[in-house]
Design a protein around this ligand. Sequence first.
Ligand code: GLN
Ligand code: ZN
Length: 772
Amino acid sequence: MKTNNLGYPRIGSNRELKKANELYWAGKITTEALLKTGEKIRLENWKLQAAIGIDFIPSNDFSFYDQVLDLSLTVGAIPERYHEFAETNSFLDLYFAMARGAQKNDQDVVAMEMTKWFDTNYHYIVPEFTKNQKFYLFSEKVVDEFKEAKTIGITSKPVLIGPVSYLLLGKEKEADFHRIDLLDKLLPVYFEIITKLQCEGASEIQFDEPFLALNLTDLERAAIVKTYNQIHKQFPTLKIQLANYFDCFGNNIETALSLPVDTFHLDLVRCPLQLDDILESNLLAPNTKISLGVVDGRNIWKNDFKKSLQLIQKAIDALGTDRVLIGTSCSLIHSPCDLDLETNEENLSTEVKQWLAFAKQKIEEVVVLRNLATNEITEYDQAQFEANTVANEKRKTATIIHNDAVKNRVASIEENDSKRNNPFAVRSIQQAKSLQLPLFPTTTIGSFPQTPEVRSWRAKFKKGDLSTKEYDALLKKETEETIRFQEQSGIDVLVHGEFERNDMVEYFGEQLAGFAFTKNGWVQSYGSRCVKPPVIYGDVSRPSPMTVKWAEYAQSLTPKWVKGMLTGPVTILQWSFVRDDQPRSTTCTQIALAIRDEVVDLEKAGIKIIQIDEPAIREGLPLQKEEWANYLDWAIKAFRISASGVADDTQIHTHMCYSEFNDIIQNIADMDADVITIECSRSQMELLDAFADFKYPNEIGPGVYDIHSPRVPSNDEMVNLLEKAASVIPIKQLWVNPDCGLKTRHWDETKKALIEMVKAAQKMRVAALEVV
Ligand code: GLN
Ligand code: ZN
């Protein structure tokens, strides 16, 4: 019985890739140095997996920025606007320009759009397609990495996003065609890649078609059938592992099982029941194998060996060991690298640590499970099994997990707890009266640049090299300067800048009971950005106020309004590693009550505008539409519980970014935030099309510039976007703000961009007056 891994983290266990990328972008290291870092990470990953005993070791799972962008370059899907840039720049610089935009000498190109990878917090670069799109083999990364693994004696399993999922991940940039129509043009490039890989000795390739977990149209399903039949026809000896993950095959199961592939990979963590369906269906061809994704690639809990072995045994009974593979549920890029690096008892106690497994440990679990299931049990395996059983038993009864007061409070929530006192129409009048804001009020999303100095203060403070008093004094100074800059540039609703926060979820988690932290549990969010999700292991409560001190301080500096800044319950849930021993909705409601208490305390402290960020609402949507309503019901309710403890004239904002919101606009309106600021600029306000049909009732700030790029937009560009917005939304509902927080930007570009933004708002006000 073989062991199978779908992908390994590529950031390096000490975030080597992030650091090298950022040095390269800053012009501080050479191309060679960056390439060397990539090579080192790949070789280490391969060697580790081989040493532990993984049979199918993935290659092409490495990426300098994003695997979808890699594929766009592989198949030559390079949008027109980069062609000139490509002529005078290196491959790597073209690649990064597509990812991040570039302003270099007289060249100025904007980045490609970025969005979330299914229901994860990983962001990919959205392929752009035109009607006459051409594809050709432009980059041979996948072949090069296969060859590279061979140099250390490893015949790897190249991983490619399947052609259908690749097309579906993209966007049409012109009218009158569907991207799936491009399949016939795309397939020849895949054939070329497969030919090259086979020449180099690859016999088995993993094709990821995660769209098989979504509701597909007949057209899309037909495209899947065509793709794999054609590949099989062209390459009859090629073994294909068709990987689906994050949910069941659902309605696509018959289509999937009819495909001429060697192995179907199933995500049995998200969907354990589909194993029965498949085994009982008689649809599996006689020699086809299944890869059992029993080890969770999305969460950090130790595998439950007893449970996994039952599933594995069932599969072996039906198919025999030769037709069963044991694997991770999905790529491990969603897991931190190595639990062994967690040695800090204060962050992560031994008690909690014994319940966890990171990527390296997960790979070991896969191997031990295989051994346990095949009776090739060594003493080591037996000891692992016993340790696993003990740890999982202890977790069920641990006193640090259960808090009756919290459970009772959740049980006694009433209908009114999720309602403001009056509807928006009433509230908005009171807010207008007390806040006195101009038309097109300007604001930002919360964070200001987290400079190397700010980060060094925090590091020193954590190490004990700065006292609380010294640290606070530095943060106060930074906050005051930020307030002064906002006053001077004419921004209407100020923020304190979030300098005291490392991360918008970690900051809250650190102050809430029921959370644990890792020192090094980094996971890639996009490009060089990594996050360190907290671990929610127990019932959640708020021992004391979390943000009031900073909000109060900032407000004391200025007569203008300062917005209080909180992360919402759904986002805290979504961006944490969440308990798997109770429903997500229960954990979310517990967090909502804690945030509600904070909102009320901010109001008491004189903060009249409070933002509760929910950038992750959309990504929490289940992949299959039948399950949407249930999720939206509890998620929206949790937000409302957090927001509804205040008076009518306290203005609640929320913020969302990097998602398609069109299909849940009604639910976003149901959140009943007084103001929503929302990402729009990368898609040129496409999002607002939805507002043309749907009369969004409350106020809205469509982001007018992309903060994920160092590029400084001109005020005319922003006026242009605002005019688009004003054509579908009444101007008295419009706010002016960037797409998202500014923490990743430098001060220089931030100042320039915000000054331009205020100018744009002023121009809009003048134009509005002229109309009147
Ligand atoms: N308030 C947060 C910030 O400004 C919001 C970040 C986000 O939406 N991801 O950084
Ligand atoms: Zn955002």
